[in-house]
Design a protein around this ligand. Structure first.
Ligand code: NZQ
Ligand code: ZN
Length: 387
């Protein structure tokens, strides 16, 4: 097991009715800005619950953060924060709203041009951000309990990530009731995103970190168990709760401790969203099978372990089990009505691999993957296999 440090300061308030408790979590003397997306919170009652809970606070609001949070919109929010001397941010939404708030938290306490936080050679915000809490409305990203975020800039077709130890939410409310109003395609996205988060931290080489590996496998199995229940028309509170907690646990830092991690699938997937606007989770379902086939030799041991422990496949040698594992994973994505080829999403896919190779070369991203040895040329080949 590798050496590690682990600190996650986010307080979780899990369960039905917990939104009301933000009245005591948000400091009484704060000037609060509630930030939300395109308006789903006004239809499902979450907006009213927040207004009621904070009725004795100095509460302001800024809506309209789009999916794949847009830099230009966030710059408008930043102006609002500065002009109104806001001291506390409250994200009410999915990963896009929470990520947008993390960027604002950093940008509010940053002296230079805000875009630099995402483009500087070390893409980390070193300081302490403006304090913020979150009310999660869409389980998927884990952003509610980590300190990373991803921002898009449509003008330049860029989608870049950053983060920093001073950007954890102070608290996050996880009320499974919010899942009632989520469209099924977004629930599918949430399952596939969280599933891939586990894979990015697990599907490397077999390690000696037995507990982390078994927690990762348990999250995968729990997501598989919850999937048909949360995809069905009938609302199942316990399945919703399991799904929600799996998504948080998949990317709150725990399972990556003491092990090597990959994240090349996300790096390539973010480009597909930047070029074609494909939902984040769907880009992962497109890239992951090709990535595992291309890197079969280095990943086959763990793929076979996943086949055995997660899917109960006991027949065959390591290679045969590993091949079956990739097929089972593809079938799982497809069971969520998520397609696994780039050509399922765009007819303009020719040239995508070249474009990604060029973008990675320009950014000097030459050491992707768990062994930090995948070059932009390797990314080209993986993306081309996913057409
Ligand atoms: O904008 P509103 O009206 O709220 O509608 C949203 C949006 O259209 C809707 N929605 C959310 N909660 C709902 C709901 N609709 C009905 N009922 C509810 N309860 O769902 C749509 C998608 O929301 P979004 O926040 O964009 O989805 P998601 O949570 O999947 O976030 C995706 C973003 O997170 C980034 C992605 O790249 C993408 O930009 N990621 C962030 C990560 C992190 N911070 O750790 C890691 C991930 O790998 C990912 O990259
Ligand atoms: Zn993701």
């Amino acid at each position: 097991m590798l050496n590690f440090e682990f600190k996650n300061p986010t307080k979780i308030l899990f369960g039905k009715g917990e939104i009301a408790k933000i009245s005591t979590e948000v400091p009484k003397d704060a000037k609060v800005l509630m930030i939300y997306g395109g308006g789903s919170i006004k239809k499902n009652g979450v907006y009213n619950q927040v207004k009621e809970a904070l009725k004795d606070h100095d509460l302001h609001e800024f809506g309209g953060i789009p999916a794949n949070p847009e830099y230009e919109v966030l710059i408008d929010a930043l102006k609002f924060i500065k002009e109104n001397n806001i001291t506390y941010l409250l994200a009410v939404g999915g990963g896009s709203v929470i990520d947008g708030v993390k960027f604002l938290s950093a940008a509010a306490n940053y002296e230079g041009e805000p875009w630099e936080i995402l483009t500087k050679p070390v893409r980390t915000f070193e300081g302490e951000g403006m304090p913020f809490g979150t009310i999660l409305t869409l389980p998927a990203t884990g952003s509610e309990m980590n300190s990373g975020y991803v921002i898009s800039r449509r003008k330049t077709n860029e989608k870049l990530s950053s983060g920093g130890p001073g950007l954890f939410p102070q608290f996050s409310v996880l009320d499974p009731e919010v899942i009632r109003s989520i469209p099924k395609n977004q629930i599918a996205n949430g399952i596939a995103d969280a599933y891939t988060h586990v894979l990015e931290q697990y599907m490397t080489a077999p390690s000696s970190a037995d507990l982390q590996e078994r927690i990762a496998e348990s999250i995968l199995i729990s997501l598989q168990n919850a999937a048909p229940k949360v995809m069905s028309e009938e609302f199942d509170y316990d399945a919703a709760g399991n799904f929600m907690w799996c998504c948080t646990m998949a990317l709150n830092g725990l399972i990556q401790k003491g092990v090597i991690t990959d994240w090349a699938v996300h790096a390539m997937g973010h480009e597909l969203t930047a070029y074609y606007g494909i939902d984040h989770a769907r880009t992962l379902a497109v890239i992951t099978p090709s990535h595992y086939r291309y890197n079969f030799e280095t990943k086959k041991g763990k793929l076979a372990q996943y086949a055995e422990r997660v899917w109960g496949i006991t027949e065959g040698n390591v290679e045969e089990k590993a091949e079956k594992a990739i097929l089972k994973m593809e079938e799982f994505f497809q069971s969520l009505n998520i397609k696994t080829k780039l050509s399922d999403y765009t007819q303009n896919f020719n040239g995508t691999a070249e474009r990604i190779e060029k973008a990675f070369t320009e950014r000097n991203w030459s050491g992707l993957g768990e062994n930090k040895n995948l070059s932009p040329k390797d990314a080209f080949k993986i993306v081309e296999m996913s057409y």
